[in-house]
Design a protein around this ligand. Structure first.
Ligand code: PBG
Length: 323
């Protein structure tokens, strides 16, 4: 036998010399759920690694994460019912606790990189990502609302704006609005290929943001489609996105791989709440070994071609990495 691939696997030292993919905490983003008020932290039952917490707890969580090399955070607000309306007015209100929290975090922990969420669903009585007229989620009338939301977030100090709404034309619309307001240095991470997935369940529990009627299939992508992701990526690139995101990650590794091969922009992938919950549940039952499958799972997303990975396991990976 002339070729014996096993020779390159014979010791950890050789294996690590020929290792093709490396995952480090710098690739990871930790998603966090913000509650108004203070001194509250509630574990999410369907996603027990994550909690909904008030700003005081969030600052501590961020400091602990930074200690293990996780310095990028994606923040989602849990908006009380009384602040919701048809047109998401509260999303850019002066007294919005989410915006004021971002401002304070950037003052207290300037090295933290903050990524926002732009979509109407947390603020809307309809629970949809766009404006609802009759039974339709209307595209073009949603754009000016998203623009105001994005500019308010840029003004509050978010480093990267994350439009997750899947309306057509929103990247160009937000880019133009932010540039006109002087926020030309604020980046856009587009939720570019976001699928109408069943794996967002625990997230919707955390924010109580399930759609009031119907589903999100007229704006989020059909899980069967791949070429359509090329169309979305082409448009978002032309419209000025800085990152292209694929979401969910694990069931869509082929899409991550394809966008990484076809486009020059950095690729982000969102290891979503339901994907994480499955892993945690199996480990809790003792069916899988967390210390083995957790890094293996995140590595597979990097190997597929993602540079940036949003995952509820970010801090846990950081702790594991420094062990
Ligand atoms: C809302 C939004 C969702 C997620 C991120 N932003 C839910 C949805 O589209 O219904 C899901 C993230 C996760 O499941 O971890 N626009």
């Amino acid at each position: 036998m002339l070729r014996r691939p096993r020779r390159n696997r014979k010791s950890e030292s050789i294996r690590s010399a020929v290792r093709e993919t490396h995952l480090s905490p710098t690739n990871l983003v930790s998603p966090l759920f913000l509650l108004p008020g203070e001194n509250k932290s509630e574990v999410i039952k369907s996603l027990p690694v994550a909690s909904r917490m008030t700003l005081d707890f969030m600052l501590k969580e961020m400091e602990a994460s930074i200690e293990v090399g996780i310095d990028k955070f994606m923040i989602f607000p849990a908006i009380p019912e009384e602040h919701k309306d048809k047109v998401a007015t509260y999303s850019y209100a002066e007294d919005n606790f989410y915006l004021r929290a971002a401002e304070l975090i950037k003052k207290e922990i300037p090295e933290a990189v903050l990524i926002s969420d732009v979509a109407m669903d947390p603020y809307s009585t309809d629970g949809h990502d766009g404006l609802v007229i009759g039974k339709e989620i209307v595209n073009d009338q949603t754009l000016p609302i998203l623009d105001r939301m994005a500019v308010a977030q840029a003004q509050a100090g978010f480093d990267i704006i994350g439009p997750s709404d899947m309306m057509d034309g929103r990247i160009e619309s937000i880019r133009t609005a932010m540039d006109e307001a002087g926020y030309y240095n604020t980046s856009i991470m587009s939720y570019c290929a976001k699928y109408a997935s069943g794996f967002y369940g625990p997230f919707r529990d955390a924010l109580d943001s399930a759609p009031g009627f119907g589903d999100k299939k007229t704006y989020q992508m059909d899980p069967a489609n791949k070429n359509e992701a090329l169309i979305e990526a082409e448009l978002d690139t032309q419209e000025g996105a800085d990152f292209l995101m694929v979401k969910p990650a694990l069931n869509y590794l082929d899409v991550i791989h394809m966008l990484n091969s076809e486009f020059d922009l950095p690729i982000a992938a969102y290891h979503v709440s339901g994907e994480c919950a499955m892993l945690l549940a199996a480990c809790e039952k003792g069916w899988l070994d967390y210390d083995v499958v957790m890094p293996e799972t995140l590595l597979s997303i990097k190997r597929a071609g993602a540079d940036v990975i949003m995952t509820y396991l970010a801090k846990s990976f950081g702790e594991f990495y420094h062990r």
